[in-house]
Ligand binder design. Structure first.
Ligand code: SAM
Length: 800
């Protein structure tokens, strides 16, 4: 029996049918034969069983009959067909036709096969699921199924359509047109002239109907399935719709209603969206029969400016990678081989926005971190701190989801002086984790001696048709091939991320062809491939800094302080434990994001993450969040609010906890973040330092400074670049000759921390060994003259 896959071998009967259609007539005779193993010579009646013999007549060609008998009728028919094939010398052909003409012939016979009484209703093909609904009906619609049901169920039909015209891959309307026109020529099948119903010309035998109804259970209770309507007009927001599928109703019936289509035969179906294993598809209205039946008679290119072109649903087309016309319903419903009943699953706005989010360059990363509003694509890759899918995997997924070719990575060995030594190394081979020599060319003789092999990696991004659209090459080299690949992949992802964040920028301003930072863009191909992104994400892209008044909002609350990033921080809660996240350390935080409506003063929880780990300084989270976290010590918490951009709103909509955000006015709300620092893990460097230096380097530095101070009998000291005051702090704990200490730093943040910890220490004076009464901190730069710093005995400048 033929199967739905393109790789299945056709049965002998299907081969005969393909050649001779309804001309081939099978006659099956019932015979009774004795059951083997019965004892001879018994007086009792002998057991017999019913078996079948088959005769196949192809008038004017041949007549054959099976020499033996078969237990099942259909096996007898297959047996006869096999004998005919052998007698006629029909060579077993490959299942996939070579030419469009052969494919067209096969399409006609395949459609015909779907409606033959003998095979089809008893098979496990999901199209029988569709048929069984209509066999439960009476009257006009008995046995009629929409042509798009074939599109939804049969992979082979698609393969054949693509051989007939490769454009079919991207155009469900063209596929409908091909099936409609082929069905008109299919023996035993009838199609309507005014709509897209298809049915068997002859009524099915009661045996076949019974079998179909037995195999495919009907709907006993009405089913309600959530779906999303995506209007064709981009300015209209997608909205939820409920599909109600009742007994004896084909599920496309209610979809037709939602789309204001004439009936379910006027509903077109896209390929599956998101995962191939799901039945999530776009449904959209078909144009009139005349238009569709004409479609394959002429070149599709001729359609150019036809009416249909102006009603392309850009959002649905972008998601499915096929051309979708008019309003579209995104629903997860259908018959599959996995089950013998209708499969349904809810699709909501969150599903829709998640699909869109996944297609963004940083989308999969955000989803993998479970923090859509919080996480950002980090700007540096280190094997030890990178969490989730690797940059290379993210770039591959991005290209796949944008329907581009797989990215091409060429990792090359380079000499210590940065000359390329060898040919491209397969990017599949990944090196084992080991510290790299940094992102510099290895012109350091020591490194070259110890590890002469350095790698750099270039990346090329091609369209589906293999036209080059972006090229990245770099001078940075790495001691591991894997690091070279991952870092280059990350650079390309970051480039795309920046591009997606500025989609609203006029093309001329994007300066695409100009090669900066190793990027070369081929603007024609590039813009062609990303043409739809603007209409899909344009509205939601960043850079739209609407001025929601965060200050206005907070003036209603108590105190706040402005973060360097511009957001506003409320008072800090909890005891200062003295352990702050610093550059390079891993901070583990808990964080929640709420949408605060200024008018109604209502809050909507958008995102909660109880344990989120990120590296400080790697750009791995929203700017404001990092500013906030670095102000807190372990166990302290704080809140801050941030303005809401359109992009935030669409990202928020992809969060599981988001309400229906489509109706929310962006100007009247802010995002409210609550953050608590749970744990800080020192930077890897610090851990290595601890292992290698005993006492630790930081201690050795302070001891060195103390020795010099005392040797010189210095009474005044100024620490340039004092940061958070680690040296000044330590000096308070050592007996020295000092009487006055001053710190200078360019960073206010560092000085704030220094002030806090020095204040704490100085207030516990009795415990101190030093006789320094106070410490003074100045905000300023070492490069600027400052008379206040004149005449000091000693100046220090220490590395952390
Ligand atoms: C590596 S940290 C060292 C901090 C501190 N000395 C310690 O040992 O913990 C360098 C410090 O120099 C500060 N800095 C950088 N440029 C500066 C400038 N032009 N004037 C003053 N401070 C500067 C930075 O803000 C930072 O706090």
């Amino acid at each position: 029996m033929p199967t739905a896959t393109a790789t299945a071998t056709p049965t002998p009967k299907a081969v005969i049918h393909q050649r001779y259609g309804a001309k081939a007539v099978y006659r099956v005779d019932e015979v009774r034969e004795a059951v083997d193993g019965v004892c001879p010579g018994l007086a009792l009646p002998q057991s017999t069983r019913c078996v079948y013999r088959c005769q196949l007549d192809i008038p004017g060609v041949l007549s054959v009959s099976t020499p033996g008998t078969f237990v099942r009728k259909k096996d007898a028919e297959q047996g006869a067909a096999q004998i005919a094939i052998e007698k006629l010398g029909i060579q077993p052909t490959s299942n996939i036709p070579n030419t469009p003409e052969e494919a067209w012939e096969e399409l006609i016979s395949r459609i015909s096969y779907f409606f033959t009484d003998e095979n089809f209703p008893t098979s496990s093909h999901p199209l029988v699921g569709h048929l069984s609904v209509t066999l439960r009906r009476t009257g006009d619609f008995l046995g009629k199924i929409p042509i798009s049901a074939i599109v939804a169920c049969d992979v082979k039909v698609h393969t054949l359509c693509k051989i007939i015209d490769p454009k079919a891959e991207f155009d469900p309307l063209l596929v409908l047109s091909m099936i409609y026109n082929a069905a008109k020529q299919s023996p035993g099948v009838s199609v309507s002239n005014r709509n897209f119903w298809i049915q068997s010309q002859r009524p099915y035998s009661s045996e076949a109907v019974d079998l179909a109804l037995q195999c495919w259970s009907g709907i006993s209770d009405p089913i309600r399935v959530e779906a999303v309507l995506i209007p064709c007009a981009v300015e209209d927001e997608p909205k939820m719709v409920s599909l109600n599928i009742s007994e004896n109703e084909h599920y496309m019936g209610d979809i037709a209603l939602k789309l204001s289509a004439t009936d379910s035969s006027h509903v077109l179906v896209s390929r599956t969206v998101d995962k191939a294993s799901s039945e999530m598809r776009f449904y959209f209205p078909a144009p009139d029969v005349q238009f569709v039946s004409d479609l394959s008679k002429q070149l599709v290119d001729d359609r150019g400016d036809r009416n249909m072109n102006c009603v392309i649903n850009k959002r649905a087309s972008y998601i499915s990678g096929q051309t979708i016309y008019g309003d579209a319903v995104l629903a997860n419903v259908g018959y599959t081989r996995r089950d013998t009943e209708l499969q349904t699953d809810h699709v909501n706005l969150c599903t829709y926005y998640r699909i869109l989010l996944r297609k963004l360059p940083d989308g999969i990363y955000k989803i993998s971190k479970d923090s859509i509003l919080v996480a950002e694509l980090p700007c540096v890759y280190t094997r030890t701190s990178w969490k989730g899918p690797s940059p290379r995997d993210l770039l591959c997924s991005f290209c796949r989801l944008q329907r581009l070719s797989e990215p091409y990575f060429a990792a090359n060995r380079v000499s210590a002086s940065c000359n390329v030594l060898g040919s491209a190394v397969g990017s599949e081979e990944m090196g084992s984790p080991k510290a790299t020599a940094g992102n510099q060319c290895a012109n350091d003789g020591r490194i070259a001696k110890e590890n002469p092999d350095m790698f750099k990696c270039s990346v090329k991004i091609y369209s589906k048709k293999r036209d080059l659209l972006l090229e990245y090459s770099t001078d940075c080299s790495w001691s591991k091939e894997t690091d070279a690949i991952q870092n280059s992949a990350l650079k390309v992802l970051i480039w795309f991320n920046r591009y997606f964040k500025q989609l609203n920028t006029p093309v001329e301003k994007l300066n695409l062809p100009k090669s900066t930072d190793g990027f070369t863009i081929y603007p024609n191909i590039f813009l062609q491939e990303f043409a739809m992104c603007l209409s899909v994400y344009g509205k939601t892209s960043g850079g739209d800094s609407r001025t929601c008044s965060a200050v206005g909002y907070f003036s209603m609350d108590t105190s706040y302080q402005q973060l360097e990033s511009g957001a506003f921080l409320t008072y800090i809660d909890g005891q200062d434990s003295g352990v702050f996240p610093s550059h390079g350390s891993l901070a583990c935080i808990s964080c929640s994001v709420q949408l605060f409506m200024k008018d109604s003063r209502k809050r909507y929880l958008l995102e909660v993450n109880n344990e989120f780990e990120f590296e400080i300084g790697a750009g791995a989270v929203r700017n404001q969040l990092e500013s906030c976290a670095t102000q807190l010590s372990v166990n302290q918490s704080a809140c801050f609010v941030d303005q809401l951009s359109d992009r935030d709103l669409s990202l928020a909509a992809a969060c599981e906890l988001s309400p229906d955000l489509s109706k929310i006015c962006r100007d009247s709300c802010v995002l409210e973040f609550s953050v608590k620092v749970l744990q800080v893990t020192e930077p890897l460097e610090d851990r290595m330092e601890k292992a290698l230096f005993n006492p630790p380097l930081s201690k050795q530095r302070v001891e060195f400074a103390v020795r010099h101070i005392n040797q010189l009998h210095a009474t005044t000291l100024v620490d340039f670049g004092c940061g958070s005051g680690s040296l000044l702090d330590s000096l308070l704990e050592h007996p020295t000759t000092l009487e006055k200490i001053v710190g200078v730093d360019i960073s206010r943040k560092g000085l704030t921390r220094a002030a806090k910890s020095l204040h704490q220490k100085l207030s516990k004076k009795l415990l101190l060994q030093s006789s320094v009464p106070t410490a003074v901190l100045y905000h300023g730069s070492v490069t600027d003259f400052d008379s206040r710093l004149y005449g000091f005995d000693i100046g220090t400048c220490l590395e952390e």
